[in-house]
Design a protein around this ligand. Sequence first.
Ligand SMILES: [Zn+2]
Length: 591
Amino acid sequence: MTVPRRNLGLSDRKGGMAADTILKASTIITMDEARPRARALAFDSGTGRITAIGSVGEVQAATPGVPVTDLGDTVLMPGFVEPHSHPLLSGMATQEPAYWVSPNVGIATWADVKAIFTKADKERPAGDVLVFNGVDRLLQQAPLPTRTVLDQLFPTRPVVVIDNSGHGIYFNTATITLMGWTDGHAPADPVGGSFGRESDGVTSNGTAFESGALMMVAGAVLPKAIPHPLHSGALFYKLMADNGITATSEHTYNSGQFQAYAALASVPGCPLRLHVYHMSIEADAAADVTFPDSELVRKVGIKLWADGSPWLGNVAISFEYLDNPTTRTAQIEMGPRGETQMNYTRAQLDAVLDELVPAGYQMAFHCNGDVGFDVVLDAYARALSKHNLLGSDHRWRVEHLGAARRDQFERAAALGVTCSLSPFQYIYWGDLLDGVMFDSEYGSQWQRVRDAFEAGVRPSYHNDGSVTPPNQLLNVQQTVTRRTMAGNVHGANQAVTLDDALKAITINGAYQLKRDHEIGSLAVGKYADLVELSADIYTVPADQIVDKVRVLGTWVGGGKIDLDSYIAAVKAVDPTEHHDLTNQAAVRKCC
Ligand SMILES: [Zn+2]
């Protein structure tokens, strides 16, 4: 069949609604409550917009003379939306030439990680610098991969190993030599970071923590290890598209990424609409940013951080971690957390919001702990009131919310605040959360997805870039069954309906990106952003969705995505224009 290419230009988008393509599927799950099911849709490949949707007869009557492309058994849905990710940095950290060694891609133990180390050492030329990402002290019960540990595995070849949390980087003696650290001494600790040292107090032990120190190591090593960072980013775009995603976000944007995201959008056949959230710590966080094709990449918000990561113990929660060998191996500090884990005092938060809010962008707060959520909601309530935004369509967001309570979701909903949840926390860590990390009272309820829906915060789901692989169908399956990867159920009261789970990965995500008038459901006037599925999700057992429903392909703006062509075209882009990007991998703040 011949499918017209999506027109990337802007000039003709205001034209009429003359369809030139009709797609017929075995069924179409529209996610449009006015018409939940259809069999056919017509679109204009010039505007990329849907002009008719309904039965085959209705669509043909509305668009006479337009040929019908029959997709056979294929089921169509709106392309999935993942409204919180970090695709460019994730690509550099997880895609070739880097190695993804996270437990969340099936590397279960430290022994498995070491097997990949050995394989990589054998298959790569001797001079190559190797990057491994995703060692997890909790799930893999890995030792701290210090210089001593890594030297035994890599006596001569420079390697860096990035912690699954993104907060630590580990390296061997060859890397220290490569960086030119005199006598192997670690540099002085930078602001916002620290280097690990041997007992002599000066010699590097091959560890660095938090962005200031991470950046010094990654900035020196990654340009040598990742020669074409734009290609790495495109590979993460491909991974997302392979999983049915057609719209996502960059939640750690700074202006150093402008060229790269503009370039990824400008290559014909770009599979994702990208929405950037500018990091609040950047001097130009509130500045307007204009990308050449705003339909494919645009700035929508500003990202702030309230607290840290549950896997590192730096979340603002009201309850305590359990003290046992598992939490000790992961070096989680014991004792209550509360507001001591907040990145800002309440007064600082108020000042930051007062500075940023007048620019008119949506706010989005990283927050995992219940104490943190209270502080964020207090600060939001004050800022919304002060800036006359209460009752407006502001859609301020809060991200992750592992320990959030129902009453907090209710308060958020009353303020017009919407929440993007991290079911992956429960899916991958749930067996530890419930009873090993926390008392069951809290651990079984981690990620109160059902409470969030019932409170009315229009939750979406995300996998958060390289923290876990982008797989919205898995998120649907596991939130409907409330099962972990091992198949265990914790907190069955938080299971949701399939209807709600599908909203989370389509229309609710589009709402949070302020694109629900254009994407997230299939209706006349919206973009023909589609995912082709092998089966109707409603007809397969809930615990077999990922086995029975395969993603066959995606469409963006009425153009069928050809990922091989896209990757080849990105690879042909001169990498020297983008080599600065490798520095970006080091400035990633926690998820
Ligand atoms: Zn994130």
